[in-house]
Design a protein. Structure first.
Length: 146
């Protein structure tokens, strides 16, 4: 939590919320928060997403959309497929959901998959071109584009 992030203390002290997680070990999206509180006898679910637009998009797809699906009893998950990397990818110490360009909202416009990149290890710091990784299908895939 950054020094200007006042949301978690306000949720806890002013609303009696329970913070279920306040940081996640993934990139992007580390400062994501999920909390619950009771208001007028009903449980309320609160998601606090990162301020970076791309991080917020990825966390919305991974956390909020999945939670909304479960609230409607839809237990389906995003489909996955294996994809081949076009170039070398340097791994981060945290698992990463890769997109085209960090901090640019345009990098997710039209994005149809999120690559699930593993965390770097002592022995593996780079995935070589032509390696395959799992990808979450989060949008429509246009097979006519080249």
């Amino acid at each position: 939590m950054g020094e200007r992030d006042l949301l978690k203390p306000v949720l806890q002290h002013d609303f009696g919320a329970s913070i279920h997680f306040g940081r996640v070990r993934m990139k992007p999206g580390k400062p994501s928060t999920f909390a619950t509180c009771t208001y007028k006898g009903r449980t309320k679910y609160i998601f606090a997403l990162p301020g970076n637009p791309v991080s917020a998009y990825v966390c919305c797809v991974l956390f909020v959309v999945r939670a909304l699906r479960r609230c409607t009893r839809d237990t389906s998950e995003y489909a996955r497929m294996r994809v081949r990397l076009a170039g070398d990818v340097t791994l981060d110490p945290r698992p990463e959901y890769a997109r085209a360009c960090s901090s640019r909202l345009l990098s997710v416009c039209g994005a149809s998959v999120l690559l699930e990149l593993p965390a770097a290890t002592d022995t593996v710091k780079v995935l070589a071109a032509d390696s395959t990784v799992s990808a979450l299908i989060v949008g429509r895939i246009d097979l006519t584009r080249s």
